[in-house]
Design a protein around this ligand. Structure first.
Ligand SMILES: [Zn+2]
Length: 424
């Protein structure tokens, strides 16, 4: 196949750490990473990646949504995908997104060095995961997954300098009207693997370097409008009040109990309450409360919502007020593939003292790929202090090395599985 062979090259996780440092030098400044998608600095990171992958003999292509692919042909066209994103938020961290890609390069080197793999291996750097410039996250992966349906809204978006999204894309050869053509990239995909920093405090609090991600949370967001009666704060006896804020306050406490009772990582948040008339001398007439509920199980999420609604009716009756619910946004939980979750656990067990299974609060490109029907799993590596999207984002060097080894172990198991007929 004319490929440059790297015979005898073993996995070298330390090389990944030094390459990540090199990338930080190349595309960051004193305020952090500056690889915002559709900018010169982002393009520089893609050129750098191109240079890194060249020695493996993998072929580069950029699809119609701007995703950058490197394909190492195997004996079969069915492909194991390893993915991440080179783009960052402005003043971002040195690991978010690019860890997955650079670790993937190391895995690709190891596989290429062993000769033609039994199935094709593809490394993908998704375009504009962060949505930092135009506010549309998961751009490239949602196009490839075929779930993008907001092109009409995207056409009208512009950045803070007034550049429109279509113009910014055009500078990188991407036509908004054609992005869904990227769907063909997933036609041969048998499995998808993604390593990411946790961006939260759970693994650090457990003292564990790595975790296997079970899926991404389903989310229910509602606005609850409580209606009572404005009345003078001095002349209205306590038992004659119809206080809208009382309902919101009771519900804000009750949803904490609902989440605790549900357990398993469920979370409920009362994100804000706006009161009217909002003056110190009046009982509150209306209180608009924002509610966010999340869980990995669609059924448990539905139960949490039903319990919150029932509680609101009870509080409305107690306070002689009304409660009206309006859904703002919702998304189903996305569960990763059970077989791949098992492989991920084995791969972690081979390098770490214990495995923790956890859900992902944030959405990732992996959720889009999974939604498209490709068996998917993610690995999380511990984030120090749970910080991300800041230059303070960090992970211990030895944990980064373990993460590269775990990704490699996961890739080996997945390759063997797909070669034996597993996967999609
Ligand atoms: Zn990310």
């Amino acid at each position: 196949m004319g490929r440059t062979r790297l015979l005898g090259v073993a996995l070298d996780p330390k090389r990944t750490v030094s390459e990540l440092r090199e990338l930080r030098e190349l595309t960051g400044d004193e305020n952090g990473a500056q690889r915002v998608a559709w900018t010169d600095t982002w393009e520089r990171s893609r050129e750098w990646l191109r240079g890194l992958v060249a020695e493996t003999g993998a072929t580069e292509s950029i699809d119609q949504a701007g995703n950058q692919w490197f394909t190492l042909g195997g004996e079969s066209d069915r492909a194991v995908l390893i993915g991440g994103h080179m783009d960052s938020v402005p003043n971002g961290g040195w690991l978010d997104g690019c860890l997955n890609v650079v670790a993937g390069v190391e895995v690709l080197r190891r596989i290429a060095a062993e000769g033609t793999p039994p199935v094709t291996v593809r490394l993908v750097s998704w375009a504009d995961e962060e949505g930092a410039r135009f506010g549309r996250s998961l751009f490239g992966s949602s196009a490839a997954a075929g779930s993008m349906s907001d092109q009409d809204e995207l056409r009208d978006l512009s950045d803070s300098n007034g550049t429109t999204l279509p113009d910014a894309l055009a500078a990188y050869g991407v036509d908004l009207d054609s992005v869904l053509a990227a769907r063909e990239e997933l036609d041969s995909a048998a499995a998808y693997l993604e390593l990411h920093i946790e961006q939260g405090p759970v693994l650090e609090s457990l003292g564990l370097p790595l975790g296997v991600v079970l899926g991404t949370f389903g989310v229910e967001r509602h606005r609850v409008t409580w209606r009572g009666q404005a009345a003078h704060a001095g002349s209205t006896p306590m038992d004659k009040r119809r206080d809208a804020l009382a309902g919101a306050a009771k519900l804000a406490l009750e949803i904490r109990e609902i989440a605790r009772r549900t357990g398993g990582g469920a979370v409920c948040t009362s994100g804000g309450v706006v009161c009217k008339p909002g003056i110190v001398t009046s009982v509150v007439e209306t209180a608009e409360q924002l509610l966010d509920q999340r869980d990995l199980s669609a059924q448990r999420l539905a139960t949490m919502l039903a319990e919150a609604k029932a509680a609101s009716e009870r509080f409305a009756a107690e306070e002689s007020i009304d409660a009206a619910w309006e859904r703002i946004w919702s998304i189903e939980p996305i569960l990763f593939d059970e077989t791949l979750v098992g492989f991920a656990e084995e791969a972690i067990q081979a390098v770490a003292p214990a495995v923790h299974r956890l859900p992902s609060g944030p959405l990732h490109d992996a959720a889009e790929v999974s939604r498209a029907g490709v068996p998917t799993v993610m690995l999380f590596v511990q984030s120090l202090r749970g910080l991300s999207h800041t230059k303070l984002e960090d992970t211990r060097e030895e944990h980064l090395e373990l993460a590269v080894s775990a990704l490699d172990g996961l890739a080996s198991r997945t390759l063997a599985w797909v070669a034996g007929g597993g996967g999609r």
